[in-house]
Design a protein around this ligand. Structure first.
Ligand code: PEP
Length: 249
């Protein structure tokens, strides 16, 4: 199976009102014909208007979904609803969800299955805390998260893995290229042992954590890095555009 186009994915988190959609117009103007795939995951309130704005040039995704398609879950949103609003992707297992909402690997797995059932591509996030890295546990944490949260049935069409060291998210701290390479190689190998080399090669592996226009080229030059999941620097078309240009090489 062939690997898909490289992916520049933006996670706006709990940021953005409707007037922020101008950033999408600016991004389409500057990078609408990029060779890599561009995705923005805005807050749920902006999924439908952004999908209408973005047309086919920028994909739109949710930041989380419930494991069920509907029901008595006040305040939650289902994968089916995201799809209905125009999303084609959803993020699961972001460390802020794991920390703020106590999401376990089992919950992330169920949400990932729900995303697939609704026809969404899932960007599943994994990554170690600083304490875990300093204790030399990084690869075993990654192994546990992959085994616990990636469901059977993963393919290059339905799954993207984002390696996001928790200590690098929103902190300005970035792992060395050697550290990124070690983890990305390990993820590819682990996926290959479970799903076969063809599938493992087709699943895109994103790095996430303080990616900026100034450090993106160095990160994208690392083997087995197929793009980035970007928080803060995805909010402004200029910054995100710089990262997209770096990904195009
Ligand atoms: C993220 O939230 O997924 C992220 C990588 O954030 P930042 O780029 O701001 O570190």
């Amino acid at each position: 199976m062939e690997r898909h186009r490289k992916l520049a994915a933006g996670n706006w988190k709990m940021n953005g009102l409707s007037d922020h959609l101008g950033e999408i117009a600016a991004l389409i103007g500057s990078h609408g014909d990029a060779t890599c795939e561009i995705l923005i995951c805005p807050p749920a309130t902006l999924v439908a208007p952004m999908a209408a704005h973005a047309g086919s040039r920028i994909a739109v995704g949710g930041q989380d979904c419930h494991a069920e398609a509907n029901g008595a879950h006040t305040g939650d949103i289902s994968a089916e609803m995201l799809r209905d609003a125009g999303a084609t992707y959803v993020i699961t297992g972001h460390s802020e969800r794991r920390a703020d909402h106590g999401e376990s690997d089992e919950a992330v797995r169920a949400k990932t299955e729900a995303g697939w059932k609704a026809g969404l591509v899932v960007i599943l996030c994994i990554g170690e805390t600083l304490d875990q890295r300093e204790a030399g546990e990084t690869l075993s944490v990654i192994d546990g998260q992959l085994a616990g949260s990636v469901p059977e049935g993963a393919t290059g069409d339905n799954l993207v893995i984002a390696y996001e060291p928790v200590w690098a998210i929103g902190t300005g701290k970035v792992p060395s290229v050697e550290q990124i390479a070690e983890v990305h190689d390990h993820i590819r190998k682990t996926l290959s042992e479970r799903f076969g080399t063809g599938t493992a090669d087709a699943v895109r592996l994103l790095y996430g954590g303080s990616v900026k226009p100034g450090n993106a080229s160095e990160i994208f030059a690392v083997d087995n890095v197929d793009g980035a999941l970007v928080g803060g620097a995805s909010l402004k078309a200029d910054d995100f555009g710089g990262i997209i240009s770096a990904l195009e090489g």
